[in-house]
Design a protein around this ligand. Structure first.
Ligand SMILES: [Zn+2]
Length: 166
């Protein structure tokens, strides 16, 4: 894991303290609503296989929550490298190709899911701001530690026998 991946993992881990992952019956509801199929490409999955993921419509790094209205059932391929930084609507369009009817069907299905699960915001804005402060603080301390360790590594290399200055 690179420092940058670790930074994201730490943030995710801290965020679940205030924004827990969905409970089992919430996951059941997601599976049921999406008919065991990927919301983007339609690939059918089994509950105990390892291909299924819950994709955040608004990415966690962009402030997206773990609430049901922000999660859809997807296959590993769509959740991983394929979607990357694309908006989910853009990504869905790439999955449906020229089939506009299919695109609209899947789009409406996702919108309906979002509407049906939308509720009050997870955290009041002032509490959300406090969380961001905590994330920023740990992020800064982490970055400082990375910089110090890189400097130690650089010195160790310079001090090692056989090293010649460039
Ligand atoms: Zn998929």
């Amino acid at each position: 894991m690179t420092p940058s991946q670790a930074r994201n993992a730490i943030r995710r881990s801290l965020k679940t303290l205030v924004d827990p992952s969905p409970a089992k019956q919430e996951k059941d509801a997601i599976w049921h609503y999406f008919d065991n199929a990927c919301a983007y490409c339609g690939y059918t999955m089994t509950r105990h296989g390892r291909q299924a993921h819950l994709d955040h419509l608004v990415a966690e790094m962009a402030g997206g929550s773990n609430r049901m209205c922000n999660l859809v059932l997807t296959c590993a391929r769509c959740n991983g490298d394929q979607k990357r930084e694309l908006d989910w609507q853009e990504y869905l369009a790439t999955c449906c190709g020229e089939d506009k009817a299919l695109y609209n069907l899947r789009l409406q299905k996702i919108y309906h899911w979002v509407e049906q699960n939308e509720g009050a915001p997870l955290l009041a804005p002032e509490l959300a701001a406090l969380c961001e402060q905590e994330f920023d603080l740990i992020n800064q301390q982490f970055s400082e530690a990375v910089a110090r360790l890189r400097e130690i590594a650089r010195q160790a290399k310079a001090d090692s026998p056989g090293h010649t200055e460039e």
